[in-house]
Design a protein around this ligand. Structure first.
Ligand SMILES: Cc1ncc(COP(=O)(O)O)c(C=O)c1O
Length: 411
């Protein structure tokens, strides 16, 4: 395995136990990082240490274990605040991940502030998680959902976006980076334009958190959503960032324990932020372990990670494009390390299965972006997505695998 950037890939790989196994008799090559990336030992250790040493419910207990668990849980909130440069600690809400964060905003903000005739704008690049919650609330409130078109290389077309914006636009919801094509969107510009017409902006940061610097104050976004499991952390948790003044005026999303101040049968008063949006026992262990994922990323440095991944992406794109019959889908100028492709005459699913037989894990299908696949007139793609622990040698294996499949399937 060869290292490409200044970071020591061999050393990094030793921190990921899952990578050191054979799949179908071949060393595992994991290129499904956009779906979920692997977890370093320090994240796994944090989970074990919580369950072995101080498993307790948080906030309500006054005993030692409960206090220790509460402190560790709240430490992650502080880390996430720093990670995205949020101004106030109350702006960090723990959720199950991006899907729940978007549903929270669509339900709570949408229900309180959208009305008949209002418009919500999303882009043609969105994951179903950033489409369906808006469809649901638009239907309920008789608001209209509008979609920014995508160019042939997979970029958001800003000209039509400008034309879609009007005083009717109340929400703009787009991703920071596309999970299917890797496109990094010009979100600062998108946010600025939306604010000019008085709309609030939600950014789906699922594919950005592990790769791109996020500064919510500089971006000036109103909401930003992150999933822990796409940034080396455990599944089942993530955050919603929201500007304090907006979160304060939004009604609760779920009712239950922890989100209340006082309950009587006549009336309930709600807790302060962020607890107003954290009903019930949260995912304590996973939130605590997320702190270690932040530490892992911070120790390496996002710039270094991005540099390595971008080298891998360029290398893979060039080699894959050179294979006869292969067509790259998504060739935007600015991309995270995701490369989708199709092969003439061969179904993506068959390619995925044949690569799996060689120990190579890729994702095939529509990647929860069916409207985007429709835009390109395809059913789905093969998607290879790269992470900090991947190498060019692994990409050579992928390219060799695709070449063999192409030759084998030739009519
Ligand atoms: C761009 C994007 N948005 C939203 C999601 C949903 O994230 P989660 O399933 O972690 O809630 C994903 C997951 O693949 C994604 O890639």
């Amino acid at each position: 395995m060869n290292a490409t950037a200044v970071i020591d890939i061999e050393k990094i790989r030793t921190q990921f136990p899952v990578l050191h196994q054979k799949v179908n008799g071949k060393p595992l090559i994991y290129f499904d990082n956009a779906a979920t990336n692997q977890k370093p030992q320090q994240v796994i250790d944090a989970l074990v240490s919580y369950y072995q040493g101080y498993n307790a419910n948080i906030h309500r207990g006054i005993h030692t274990l409960a206090e220790k668990a509460t402190k560790a849980y709240e430490e992650t909130r502080h880390s996430m605040q720093k990670f995205i440069n949020a101004k106030h600690i109350e702006e960090i809400i723990f959720t199950r991940g991006v899907t729940e964060s978007i549903n929270l905003v669509a339900s709570s903000y949408g229900r309180a502030f959208l009305k008949e005739g209002d418009e919500v704008i999303i882009s043609g690049l969105e994951h179903h998680s950033n489409i369906v919650p808006w469809q649901i609330i638009c239907e309920e409130k008789k608001a209209k959902l509008k979609v920014i078109p995508i160019t042939e290389i997979g970029e958001i077309d800003l000209e039509p976006y400008r034309k879609l914006l009007s005083s009717k636009t109340k929400v703009v919801a787009v991703n920071h980076a596309s999970n299917s094509l890797g496109t990094i969107n010009p979100i600062k510009e998108i946010i600025k334009l939306a604010h000019e017409v008085g709309a609030v902006v939600l950014i789906d940061g699922a594919q950005a958190a592990a790769h791109l610097e996020i500064d919510v104050q500089d971006l000036d976004c109103d909401f930003y959503c992150i999933s822990s499991h796409k940034m080396y952390g455990p599944t089942g948790t993530g955050i919603l960032y929201g500007k304090k003044h907006l979160l304060e005026k939004m009604p609760p999303y779920m009712g239950g324990g922890e989100m209340i101040k006082e309950v009587t049968f006549a009336k309930t008063t709600y807790n302060d932020l962020p607890y107003k949006f954290e009903a019930g026992t949260p995912n304590i262990a996973d939130v605590i372990a997320l702190n270690e994922a932040v530490n892992f990323i911070s120790t390496l440095g996002k710039e270094q990670i991005a540099e390595h991944e971008s080298e891998l992406l360029d290398y893979a794109a060039e080699k894959l494009a050179a294979i006869p019959g292969v067509k790259l889908i998504g060739t935007a100028k600015e991309k995270v390390a995701v490369q989708s492709f199709i092969v003439e005459g061969i179904h993506p699913f068959d390619i995925g299965q044949m690569l799996d037989a060689r120990g190579i894990a890729v994702r095939t299908g529509h990647h929860c972006t069916q409207p985007l696949m429709d835009r390109f007139g395809i059913e789905g793609t093969v998607r290879a997505s790269f992470s900090v622990y991947n190498t060019k040698t692994e990409i050579d294996e992928l390219v060799e695998g695709v070449k063999r499949i192409v030759n084998f399937m030739k009519p």
